[in-house]
Design a protein around this ligand. Structure first.
Ligand code: FE2
Length: 289
């Protein structure tokens, strides 16, 4: 288990962030007059679906069981998954706002993904696959994505970024509590929406509602589900759904990458957990003195 996962599952960070792995939790994002609750005026309310970390999993994306007025995407459209081109095309056609994740950045600019050791081989191997099958136009699109976007909904200011506002897109959003308090204070928005980390969480930090919708395409919450969030009537709801994981797994199995990486990627999709690291092979000769 990775260090940040251990911290997360130990309970301390989970309790602080009110981590959600299933069901629905509601958080109020602002006052009725300051936000975007138009019920009193009789106008229709806007429904915003927020997704992140799709990672080339088009099966999960295409089974999203929601309609929406706006789709917001918090980065990591590509890498790890078998269908990055389809995901980019879906997002380009439908999303109102998209920010660049670390994997989008690395595929777009041809750089190393800077992942934690357990994910390094998976990320590097699939980056080569992703770069090979994407068009120049797709890569140009990834490069063009902003590192953060500020969106005003009525009088409510929302910041969208992939990781920490001070270090998008590379920081780990599963960071410590004090760090998040500092980040929220510095940014000073009403709603701070972040991706990365692949786990849903939400809570008020000072006057800011901090939330992560979790991962749509590569769960690490311990369940094989696709997670997302809905913002409507000043209320943020966390949701998840089952999709045909087997179809994604079959496509991963057909990727021209090492059997080890394929097996790890499929295990994550099927369990929502990162498999234990395999013991390094040691030659018998090295054990004999
Ligand atoms: Fe990600």
């Amino acid at each position: 288990m990775l260090r940040h996962e251990r911290l997360w599952r130990s309970g301390c960070l989970r309790r602080f962030f009110n981590v959600r792995t299933k069901g629905e939790a509601n958080f109020f994002a602002g006052s009725a007059e300051g936000g975007f609750n138009n019920r009193q005026s009789g106008k229709p309310t806007m429904k915003i679906v927020i997704i992140s970390d799709v990672h080339g999993n088009y099966e999960a994306l295409s089974h999203l069981p929601e309609d929406y007025d706006q789709l917001w995407v918090l980065g990591d459209l590509v890498n790890y998954g078998p269908q990055p081109g389809e995901v980019i095309s879906f997002v380009r056609n439908r999303a109102a706002y998209v920010v660049r994740g670390n994997h989008d950045h690395c595929v777009g600019f041809g750089e190393a993904p800077r992942c934690s050791p357990r994910f390094r081989e998976m990320a590097e191997t699939t980056r080569r696959y992703t770069e090979a099958i994407l068009s120049e136009g797709d890569k140009e699109y990834l490069r063009s994505l902003p590192l953060h976007v500020d969106v005003w909904i009525g009088k409510m200011r929302c910041r969208l970024c992939h990781a920490l506002p001070s270090d998008p897109p590379f920081a780990n959003s599963l960071c410590n509590v004090e760090q998040w308090e500092g980040e929220c204070r510095r940014v000073g928005v009403d709603v701070l929406l972040v991706g990365g980390g692949h786990m849903s969480f939400g809570r008020k930090v000072g006057s800011t509602l901090l939330a992560n919708p979790g991962s749509l395409g590569q769960p690490r919450s311990g369940e094989p589900v696709a997670s997302y969030a809905v913002l409507r009537d000043n209320k943020l709801s966390f949701r998840s759904f089952h999709y045909p994981v087997n179809l994604t797994a079959e496509k991963v199995r057909a990727m021209p990458i090492s059997a080890t990486v394929r097996s790890d990627l499929i295990a994550i999709l099927r369990t929502g957990s990162v498999p234990r690291e395999r013991p390094q092979s040691v030659s018998v000769g090295s054990l004999v003195r």
